[in-house]
Design a protein. Structure first.
Length: 370
């Protein structure tokens, strides 16, 4: 069954996600602000959930239509083929939001959507009451400038929750953003990936997963695995496909350092959980002692921002130190993410490239030095 999917993502990485989905074999890939639309079948649903490094989740786009009245909303939702997914006993909670639209009361809209789905399923199943004790089909309705999108979530807990980071240090970078930074810095081809402010290791671990082509969702379960409309054989086949693509002989080394021993312990533990522990070393070392050792390497860094950790002066001093120790060297590249608009001045030289990214809702730049 061909479906239209929506993959929400952090602002700034829509193009990276679109390229990833094309490599997976998705059809009609269309990046938009904050999401990527694409087409595929049940196998693509499972493949995207298991394999996407950059999407926040995978949703089925049930339909889109304009609505300025509750009646239009009701009829638009009722017209959609809910019985193709939701069974007689399944649960279908509703959540959503409305922005710059005539229908601005979210609770009222949620109630209308619920009623419309119930009426559709009453006709399909010839029953008057739904116990909602079975599998969960999370329905999301979004209304933007009077345009309604109705979606079914196939993922459950967000895709950034890979399973290796139950514990993290303060203000960690999101896994999906860390993976995107690694993509921009081409860590897949790197001999050595270094993070001299590694914290709990997210940048290094995501780089290691990408270099070894380990699917980020290979070890976790997704809410749609419990759906009767999706055979388990689809998930089994896609997990086997993902494992066949892994590079057992990957030689990329992951080198972390930090002045916080607790962070280093977490970094090592998380790397083991993620399946890249044998590639990682993490040592207690001051940033001021950093040197680009070896013929080539990629340095990734998410230094403390000050705004989030309460000490902007210390954060800016750290940037000055980076400028001194991240010296230009043939074969080496540096990628530092920061929200500080004076970063290049503090660093001491302009970046070769800049890329706008968002760490949550915080606007940042990824500064690239080659």
């Amino acid at each position: 069954m061909d479906m239209i999917f929506s993959a929400p993502c952090l602002f700034g990485i829509e193009g990276i996600l679109g390229d990833e989905l094309r490599r997976m074999g998705a059809a009609d890939v269309r990046p938009e602000n904050g999401r990527v639309l694409f087409k595929g079948d049940e196998s693509m649903l499972a493949r995207a959930n298991i394999g996407s490094r950059y999407a926040e989740r995978i949703q089925i786009l049930m339909g889109q239509f304009p609505a300025v009245t509750f009646e239009q909303l009701f009829q638009g939702v009722k017209a959609l083929p809910w019985e193709a997914f939701i069974g007689k006993t399944d649960a279908f909670p509703i959540k959503g939001w409305s922005l710059n639209s005539t229908l601005h009361s979210v609770p009222d809209c949620q109630a209308i959507v619920k009623k419309a789905i119930v009426e559709r399923l009453k006709t399909a199943y010839r029953v008057d009451w739904f116990e909602e004790t079975g599998s969960v089909f999370q329905v999301q309705v979004t209304i933007l400038k009077d345009q309604v999108s109705v979606l079914l979530d196939t993922t459950g807990a967000g895709l950034h929750k890979r399973g290796y980071r139950q514990n993290a240090m303060e203000a960690p970078i999101k896994e999906t953003l860390a993976a995107a930074i690694g993509d921009v810095m081409r860590v897949r081809r790197a001999e050595r990936v270094v993070d001299p402010c590694c914290g709990s290791g997210t940048l290094l671990i995501e780089a290691g997963l990408a270099a070894a082509r380990i699917a980020p969702g290979i070890r976790r379960r997704f809410v749609s695995q419990g759906w009767d409309c999706l055979p388990e054989s689809v998930w089994t086949a896609e997990r086997e496909r993902a494992r066949e693509m892994e590079l057992a002989d990957n030689r990329t080394l992951l080198v972390g350092s930090d002045i916080d021993q607790a962070a280093l312990r977490l970094c090592r533990e998380n790397a083991v959980k993620a399946g890249v522990g044998d590639k990682l070393t993490a040592a207690c070392r001051d940033l001021r002692d950093f040197q680009p050792e070896g013929d080539s390497g990629v340095v990734l860094c998410n230094p403390p921002y000050g705004e989030r950790l309460g000490d902007k002066a210390a954060a800016q001093a750290l940037i000055r130190t980076m400028g001194k120790v991240f010296v230009p060297k043939t074969g080496w590249s540096y990628g530092i993410i920061s929200p500080d608009e004076e970063f290049e001045k503090l660093f001491g030289r302009p970046a070769n490239k800049r890329r706008k990214l968002y760490n949550g809702m915080l606007k940042c730049n990824l500064y690239l030095y080659f």
